[in-house]
Design a protein around this ligand. Sequence first.
Ligand code: FE2
Ligand code: FE2
Length: 180
Amino acid sequence: MSLQLTQKEKSLLQDQKSHEEMCVQKYSNYANQAQDPQLKQMFQQLAQKEQEHLNTVNQILNGQVPNMQSQQSSSGQSSKQSKSMKQIENGTTFNSVGTTPRPVTAETSFVSSSSNNSDKDLCQDMLMTEKYVSSTYDTTVFECTDTKVRQALNHIQKEEQEHGEEIFNYMQQNGMYNPQ
Ligand SMILES: [Fe+2]
Ligand SMILES: [Fe+2]
C-alpha cells in the first residue's frame, strides 16, 4: 500500500523535513557547546530523537505508510509502556540528584564567566525551537488525507512537546527559568 500525497501535503512535509534536519543539527551542535555534562547528554539524546522524526517524515515523503511500532522500539507492543517507565525514572533521578536551584539575580546573570549563561541561552533557543516545530506539526496534521500519517505526525508533535518539557524541567532545576 503506497501513499498518494496531495501537493499541499508534500509541500508541508518538505517543511517538516527541513525543521527536523535543523533540530538534529542544532541539538548536535549544542551538545558540543554545553558546559554541563547532564545538558550535553540530554541534547545528544534529543538529537537522536529528532533523527527518528526525520526518518519518519522521509518515509512518508517516499510514499511509505509510517509504521510507528517498528520505528520506536524493537520490542513492539511494550514500547509505549517502557517509554513512560523511562520517563518516570528520569523524573525521579532529576529530583533526587538535581542541583538545588540557585537564585538568579541581575548580578549573576551578567557575569560572563558563569557557564550557566551560555547553557541557559542554548536551552532558551531549543525551547523556542520546539515550540515552533510543534506548532507547524499542528498545521500539517490538519491537511493529512491518510489516517496513519495523521497518527504518525500527531505522535511526533506529542514528542516535540515532551522535548520542550524536558528542557523546561532542566531549566527549572537549574534556576534558569522561574515562571511566577
Ligand atoms: Fe522533531
Ligand atoms: Fe523536538
